[in-house]
Each structure stands twice: as structure tokens, then as C-alpha cells.
Design a protein around this ligand. Structure first.
Ligand code: PEP
Length: 252
């Protein structure tokens, strides 16, 4: 049984004060989460304050990125040790915006994923094809490369904790959502890849989230598919009523 996860990626939004208001209203309007893990990923500057504020609640905190090194001459970067020290339990790795604007590759995704595990953070590794790749019939080829190269060399213990987010690039922030069946097909394919990488038993334990314009209206249908184990939510995670509705969709 995989416990569903709803994770909100705040991206480069919300000051500390605005983030605190948001988690307070999520917590107040949804006191009984049931069997669902709820995570918010604020900007680095707000991680500590948000983590302190949610410490006795059911909400956990993620960083949106880390560097793979522990410390050193890497101006402007955040070490996994610092993210953990600030209160993060999870970290989003390889988001398509990082791949697109910050030259993230499957190789850096792999280094960051290993660094996250080494320092007690649970990685949420993002994969997904562009529209051009989908239209060229290359979805499986692209996902295969991202998953295989991004996760190479992980131990069985790492795989057990790993979280993957399938986020088709054409659906992120565009209002275009993959249909439940389109997402389920890719999630099933990812699970088959995980069987090859980690064995059938561990592959069944790995949560695969869907991300791409998930909102209060479409979440329940998407989450009803057997291999869609939760959602990574961008825009709709910035509005408490919408985010709470998505959490409810996962508990229903
Ligand atoms: C995301 O940032 O991971 C995302 C899925 O964004 P949105 O929900 O806004 O499409």
C-alpha cells in the first residue's frame, strides 16, 4: 500500500510572511489529513520559518533544489546539509524548470539524488517529456533515459524511499493537464523501469506523483488511477482552498 503524497512546489513565490499565512490556513482548514503525506516546498529563505511553523502539524517541508557537494567554494549554492539543517525533509530534484533554465542534466540529477540520500533528505526526482518529444513519439525513450541515468547507482534502501514525479513539460503551468489515462500509461512505464532497476518488490513501494496543472477540479480523477500515487502541484499550491481540495481528493 502506497500512502499518497500531495506536494506543493511554491517555486520563486511567497515571502516568509506570506508562506506562514498559507501553511496556517492549510492546517486550519484541513485538520484531519487521513492517510496522505502533505509537503510544501518554499524558497530556501523561508524553509526554516515554515519548518518551525509546521513542526507539530501533518505538513512536511521540501527544498526545491540542492547542490551535490556538502560545502566549499560554490557561491550561491545550497548544500544538502544546509537544507536539512534548515528543516527540510524532502528535496525536489531535476524539476523541468531547473533542466530548462539552469542546465540541469541527468548526470547532475543523479549526483543530487545521491547527495540527498547521503544527508537524510528524501528526493522527489522529476522526469517528463516536452511537447515536441511527445509529438515525435519519443515519450518512452525520454523517460527511460531520465529514469535510468538519473537513478543509476542507488542502493536498495535508497530506492525504497525514493519518490518520482512524472511532470510532462507541456502540462506545467500551462493549464493543459495530461488525461488520467495518459499519465497512468507513463506511470506504469516508469514502474516497469523501476522493476528492472530495483526489483519487483521495491518497485511496488516507490511513489510516483503526477505534476502538470493539477487543480482542485481535476485532482480526484487523476488520483483515482492505480499508479498515480499523488501530485506535485505548482500554481494551485499557492491557494489554500485549492490545495486543501487536492489533499481531500487524495484521501477520498
Ligand atoms: C510544478 O511546478 O511542478 C507544476 C506541476 O506546476 P503547475 O501545477 O503550475 O503546472
Amino acid at each position: 500500500m502506497r500512502i499518497p503524497m500531495i506536494a506543493g512546489n511554491w517555486k520563486m513565490n511567497l515571502t516568509i510572511g506570506a508562506g506562514l499565512e498559507l501553511v496556517k490556513s492549510i492546517h486550519y482548514s484541513h485538520r484531519h489529513p487521513g492517510e496522505v503525506d502533505v509537503v510544501v516546498a518554499p524558497p530556501f529563505t523561508a524553509i526554516h520559518s515554515i519548518a518551525e511553523a509546521v513542526k507539530d502539524s501533518y505538513i512536511s517541508v521540501a527544498a526545491q533544489n540542492i547542490h551535490w557537494e556538502t560545502s566549499g567554494a560554490f557561491t550561491g549554492e545550497i548544500s544538502p546539509v544546509f537544507a536539512k539543517d534548515a528543516g527540510a525533509e524532502y528535496v525536489i530534484i531535476g524539476h523541468s524548470e531547473r533542466r530548462q533554465y539552469f542546465a540541469e542534466t541527468n548526470e547532475t540529477v543523479n549526483k543530487k539524488t545521491k547527495a540527498a540520500f547521503a544527508h537524510g533528505l528524501t528526493p522527489i526526482v522529476c522526469v517528463g517529456e516536452t511537447l515536441a518529444e511527445r509529438e515525435a513519439g519519443r515519450v518512452e525513450e525520454v523517460i527511460n533515459t531520465q529514469v535510468t541515468q538519473g537513478l543509476t547507482g542507488l542502493s536498495a534502501t535508497n530506492f525504497e524511499k525514493l519518490i518520482i514525479a512524472y511532470e510532462p513539460v507541456w502540462a506545467i503551468g500551462t493549464g493543459k493537464t495530461a488525461t488520467g489515462q495518459q499519465a497512468e500509461d507513463v506511470h506504469t512505464f516508469i514502474r516497469e523501469l523501476l522493476v528492472k532497476l530495483a526489483g519487483p518488490e521495491i518497485a511496488q513501494k516507490i511513489r510516483i506523483l503526477y505534476g502538470g496543472s493539477v487543480n482542485a477540479k481535476n485532482a480526484k480523477e487523476l488520483l483515482s488511477f492505480p499508479n498515480i500515487d499523488g501530485a506535485l502541484v505548482g500554481g494551485a499550491s499557492l491557494k489554500a482552498p485549492d490545495f486543501v481540495e487536492i489533499i481531500k481528493g487524495a484521501t477520498a
